[in-house]
Design a protein around this ligand. Structure first.
Ligand code: ADP
Length: 945
């Protein structure tokens, strides 16, 4: 390097130094002015004519002059500062991109290939130029051009290096300023957010000191942001506010983790406002809390609104409770007189009436039943509306429940000559947990609709278990009819409340339109859905599914099927479905089952199998068949040598009353009502084949009436606890109609006394009574009995709202009958609870009942009279046994003789009850009236129990 270079260098170093220093921390606002000054300084220093800096745009195919300087007499590089296309100077740009300085001492040095550049620079009259690439972090961001127009320059190496160094100061500064701009933009953005936020935001450096706060927080206290920043609470606020804030801050700091609290504090207007504060600690590297960042929202209005809402909700709930209570009361009020109507109609029916009067009563009863049904529907619907309807979870026999529901409608179906059959798939679990009465209610509704809307054909009820999962049975029910069907457009609406397929149907068929709406809700509550498929004129199929818990290890069979193995049964029925059902029930058991479609086929089958191992033991015969009636078939069979020993079972519709008696005359061993219940059928077969004794419990199947007679002989001991005279009268009289009596208590306290003195089979307990109500009375009875005894107590109440049955059960009662009383249910309960006690005749009863009359008519001393009567009662058992034997042996002479003896002794002793019956019995014996003799003897026996 020569001296000139050195001299340049010293000056240059100064120039470089001053530029570096200047741009080191230059603020963006001065950047352009200072840059321009620097370019001028450099231009003058190196005796140049023009300097310009280009930076590439965001789109790198464009560039733009950032700053330019030119000597006064020289034109600026560009008149307008606008974007230019990079590839206008392709050769130059290529060079720059390769990080090369472009050093041109004379324009002739530009290579020929740089056509555009030669033209551009020549046009501008540039004689020499130096272009240096500008980089930031190794990335090309632009270039700086140094030009001489007035004279040619030979660019020296030192000069180029110095200009290169200065260029670096420019590019670094540009990069720094760009970054700062972005950062500032960011900061600005955040401060816009912070200061315009509705939420209050602040940071605390300790319990009483702010680090910073946003405008919203400052404004709340009527301050500015700078009033709060780095200040102590006690220096800014009044003592109360400062105390409150520091206490709240202290609590939040204490938590040491994100926390929340509400704080009531005065704002700048002195109004108490409720702030919901959320805090989050910000920790330093060592884990110490550096700041507590807080945000807060004013929830004063929101809280007020919540309070209002709560009040409104409370009011609504109160209204709802009032509605429910009203419903409960109304239901009680309506049910009480309904009980009277039902009861007295029932009693009236048993009196001597003309045919017309009987018909009127039948109509009145049917109208009251409809009314009760409507009341129940409305009540259920209100319960669903008020979300008060709950499902019970009790163990029950599913098959029995389904069969009971179907049986209930069997008389109506039979009245319309409709076949009604049930098909319960063997995979359906026997014992389940759920709400049997609600399940029955749904089935009831669907079946009664099917009966209502079908005039001919059949109704089938099918139940299937789709799958079992975790001890839950997924059951599918199907009720299919061949009735009027439902139009497509009505299918979706019939499940809505009060909706019926159309108005005209309503008028023709009646109904409230609530049944399906209730059923659909009930099914939903049982975990399923109800659906319908229907074709107008062909019929409808309602399907629903429910989920029920299977009872673990429930015993399925009621008796040993093994006993039936090897027996051959013939099912005779012209209705394919009915026959198939009976066959399917039998096939589960190991019985060999044969089918006959008509009487002729039955006869052929019996004869052809007579001398084979498949000899028919039992034939189950449908009452009505096209070719021959069941009675005709039975008569024919009895005349045939091979067939006369076949035991016959009659299948008849429930309303074919009186069949029990005549069926026996035609040689049937047993009669079963349709639709057939599987267990009844099996029990019946076992019984007629002699595999089961008739007097076993299950022989109830033969007919309901026989069962009741048997039970009556057991003389159930009933206590009726009822304060209402009308209700008492009804129950007493209904019991009397069935040859039963009961003791009566008019309140709980009387009942308590009665139960402690006598052993009752069943106590019917009213709930609401003066002195002591039914709940209290039951609870006391349970305490009294302890573990030693358990008297069956059945609530009889007009309350039918949710919780009533629970209340009864909680009080210790065993079951619940709602009023108006369903007497069938009442008798079923009596039957189920009457203990089978050894019937010990009580002859002393005769003495107690007759001694006064005997003393009075004979003038005897009471003690003597007792002795005579005791002697008489000692002889009585033998006398009665003789009469019994004579009746059994049909030995009427002997019967007349012993009865005569009874007549004489009872007459002498003035025991008129026995005496009068003995006279009648003697007369009947003379006339050889076997049935009458049996009946009268039963009456005599009854006097001792
Ligand atoms: P209700 O029978 O008391 O009118 P439901 O809710 O039980 O009320 O039934 C609503 C309507 O659905 C009935 O009025 C009838 O139009 C139609 N419907 C229900 N079941 C059947 C059916 N099995 N066949 C034809 N229509 C039916």
């Amino acid at each position: 390097m020569n001296g000139e270079d050195n001299c340049i260098n010293i000056e240059c170093l100064k120039l470089v130094n001053s530029n570096f220093q200047k741009f080191l921390d230059i603020h963006s606002t001065n950047y352009h002015i200072e840059l321009k000054k620097s370019l001028e300084e450099i231009g003058l220093f190196f005796d140049l004519d023009r300097i310009y800096i280009y930076y590439f745009s965001k789109d790198p195919t464009f560039m733009q002059i950032e700053c330019q300087w030119n000597r006064k007499e020289v034109r600026p590089k560009r008149e307008f500062n606008e974007e230019e296309v990079v590839y206008a100077l392709p050769w130059l740009i290529r060079k720059i991109k390769n990080s090369n300085d472009v050093v041109i001492n004379s324009i002739n040095e530009i290579p020929d290939e740089a056509v555009s550049e030669i033209e551009a620079f020549s046009k501008e009259g540039v004689k020499s130029f130096l272009i240096i690439p500008l980089k930031s972090e190794n990335k090309l961001i632009g270039f700086i051009g140094y030009e001489s127009l007035l004279k040619s320059i030979v660019w020296k190496e030192g000069q180029i290096r110095i200009l290169g160094d200065i260029s670096k100061a420019f590019s670094h500064t540009k990069a720094r300023i760009e970054k700062e701009k972005v950062y500032e933009k960011d900061i600005n953005g955040q401060s816009i957010l912070l200061n315009n936020s509705e939420s209050q935001i602040w940071a605390l450096s300790n319990v009483t000191s702010y680090a910073t706060a946003n405008e919203a927080h400052a404004k709340f206290f009527g301050k500015t942001k700078s009033d709060l920043e780095y200040q102590d609470l006690y220096d800014i606020f009044d003592i109360d506010t400062a105390n409150k804030l520091s206490k709240s801050n202290w609590e939040l700091f204490q938590k040491g983790e994100p926390a929340e609290k509400e704080l009531e504090i005065k704002n700048f207007k002195g109004e108490n406002r409720l702030l919901k504060i959320k805090s989050r600690p910000q920790r330093d590297d060592k884990g110490n809390i550096q700041y507590l960042i807080c945000t807060a929202n004013d929830i004063t209005e929101q809280r007020l609104a919540e309070k209002e809402l709560y009040k409104a909700k409370e009011q609504a709930e109160a209204a709802n409770t009032a509605k429910s209570r009203f419903l409960a009361n109304m239901s009680h009020e309506i049910r009480t007189p309904m009980n009277g109507i039902f009861g007295f109609l029932e009693l009236l029916q048993a009196t001597n009436l003309s045919l017309e009067q009987k018909e009127f009563i039948r109509e009145a009863k049917s109208a009251s039943e409809i009314l009760l049904h409507i009341i129940n529907d409305i009540l259920d619907f209100s319960k669903i509306e008020a979300k008060k309807l709950t499902m019970e979870k009790i163990k029950f026999n599913l098959r029995n429940s389904i069969e009971d529901a179907v049986s209930l409608l069997a008389p109506k179906a039979a009245e319309k000559n409709l076949e009604l059959y049930t098909m319960i798939n063997p995979n359906v679990p026997e014992e389940v947990i759920g709400d049997p009465s609600r399940l029955r209610q749904v089935l009831n509704n669907l079946i009664s609709n099917a009966v209502k809307f079908t005039s001919k054909g059949e109704i089938s009820v099918k139940v299937d278990c789709l799958k079992e999962e975790n001890k839950i049975a997924f059951l599918n029910f199907e009720v299919k009819d061949t009735g009027i069907g439902i139009r497509k457009e009505h299918i979706n609406t019939i499940f809505k409340s009060f909706s019926q397929a159309d108005a005209s149907t309503t008028r023709k068929y009646g109904g409230t339109g609530l049944g399906l709406a209730i059923s659909s809700e009930l099914v939903k509550m049982m975990g399923g859905k109800i659906q319908v498929e229907s074709i107008v004129g062909e019929g409808s199929t309602f399907k629903f599914d429910v989920k029920l818990k299977i009872v673990k290890g429930a015993s399925v069979q009621k008796f040993d099927f093994e006993k039936l193995r090897g027996m051959n049964v013939l099912v005779v029925d012209d209705n394919d479905n009915n026959r198939k059902i009976v066959v399917s029930y039998l096939q589960e058991t190991g019985l060999m089952v044969f089918e006959a479609k008509n009487a002729a086929a039955a006869i052929t089958t019996i004869i052809s199998k007579a001398n084979t191992k498949n000899k028919i033991n039992t034939a189950i015969i449908d009452y009505q068949m096209t070719d021959m009636s069941a009675y005709e078939l039975a008569t024919t069979l009895k005349t045939m040598p091979f067939a006369k020993d076949v035991k016959l079972i009659l299948l008849a519709s429930v309303n074919q009353k009186g069949e029990t008696k005549s069926s026996k005359e035609y040689g049937f061993s047993c009669y079963l009502g349709k639709p057939v219940k599987r267990d009844d059928l099996l029990n019946c077969i076992a019984m007629v084949l002699g595999l089961k004794k008739e007097d076993e419990e299950k022989c109830e199947v033969v007919t309901k009436h026989i069962v009741r007679e048997v039970k009556n002989e057991l003389k159930p001991k009933i206590l009726l606890v009822e304060d209402n005279v009308m209700n008492r009268k009804i129950v007493i009289n209904i019991l009397k109609l069935h040859d039963m009596t009961c003791d009566v208590a008019v309140n709980g306290s009387e009942a308590l006394k009665a139960v402690s003195e006598k052993d009752y089979d069943v106590v019917f307990m009213d709930c609401q009574m003066p002195v002591m109500d039914g709940y209290e009375c039951t609870a006391k009875i349970r305490i009294l009995e302890g573990d030693k005894k358990h008297t069956t107590i059945i609530a009889m109440t007009a309350n039918a709202m949710e919780g009533d049955s629970e209340k009864c059960i909680e009080a210790g009662m065993d079951a619940y009958i709602s009023k108006p009383i369903n007497f069938d249910t009442m008798f079923k309960m009596i039957e189920a609870n009457t203990k089978k006690r050894e019937l010990v005749p009580d002859y002393n009863k005769i003495i107690d009942d007759n001694i006064d009359c005997f003393v009075e008519t004979t003038g005897l001393e009471k003690a003597d009279a007792r002795e005579i009567l005791e002697e008489y009662t000692r002889c009585l058992p033998d006398l009665l046994a003789d009469i019994n034997r004579a009746i059994d042996d049909k030995d009427f002479d002997k019967l007349a003789g012993v009865t005569h003896e009874l007549k004489g002794s009872s007459g002498t002793l003035r025991i008129m009850s026995i005496h009068e019956l003995a006279i009648k019995l003697e007369a009947a014996a003379f006339k050889h009236e076997e049935d009458e003799c049996g009946r009268l003897f039963a009456e005599i026996k009854a006097l001792f129990y």
